[in-house]
Design a protein around this ligand. Sequence first.
Ligand SMILES: C[S@@+](CC[C@H](N)C(=O)[O-])C[C@H]1O[C@@H](n2cnc3c(N)ncnc32)[C@H](O)[C@@H]1O
Length: 284
Amino acid sequence: MVDKVFQDFNVYDKLVLSDSDFTKIKNYIEKKTGIRVSENKKILIQTRLLKRLKALKLKDYSQYCKYAFSGDSHEELINLIDCITTNKTDFFREINHFNFLYNYALPYLFYRKSKINIWSAACSSGEEPYSIAMVVQEYLSKNNLKNDFLVFGTDISTRVLKNAIVAIYPLYKIKEVPREYRKYFLKSKDPTKKLIRISPEIRKKVKFGRFNLLDDFKPMEKMDIIFCRNVFIYFEKIIQENILKKFFEQLNEGGFLFVGHSETFQGLKTNFKRAAPSIYIKED
Ligand SMILES: C[S@@+](CC[C@H](N)C(=O)[O-])C[C@H]1O[C@@H](n2cnc3c(N)ncnc32)[C@H](O)[C@@H]1O
């Protein structure tokens, strides 16, 4: 009987997230992820959390908060973060970065090193790290080089990471990909499916894991390139400075940091030197 009532979506549609529950969620998200949650996000959060209420068959948002913050619902707190994050991304987003990577960063680094590590920190569903891997692979084959590389894709959201690992995307996404890189995609054998998958050659060069940028970076390997794009904007200045400091320590000398085109370091304390618009270098 209870199940029947909750299967009726109208019951859920009338539920409202109270101001006090919203504040609990907002405080948790800000503390845990660094993402600022403005007051006008209340409706968005209410809508996104509805799915969780339905999945858990909970009566209202206050029950949800009790459940999520009860102390033994670690799993649910991961789901809560998943509901709140903005994961918009594309293949070859902000193409200038990929041109710089091919024309300047890779020649510079591969001249000095036989193997490089690249980190796509806040990689969302994988389009960014796979685009990076395609560019590096293409650079090595075109120049007949035997150097090696590995791309690490990390994000706080487990939901997007699952998609990244599967590496299957809707066919229309190929339009974002420059022609010379389309060979790194496999089309579904069933044309009605309209899906593409990253080729095994590229997949094997990209490793994924969950990582919160607010956490200690020590477990990560040293990097030669870090992409951290379109996530800085969500953080307070003090968190931005702290993460920049950790990126600086995490990079080998001569390493590059790429941030989103709309993310500037103006007014932030950092030892990075500007190499190009929204690209920075840790000088030797
Ligand atoms: C808008 S997407 C950007 C994806 C990609 N970098 C790009 O530019 O296309 C932002 C990503 O940052 C992730 N994120 C937010 N806060 C984070 C944190 N504290 N640690 C790691 N990832 C975080 C989100 O889950 C989301 O996938």
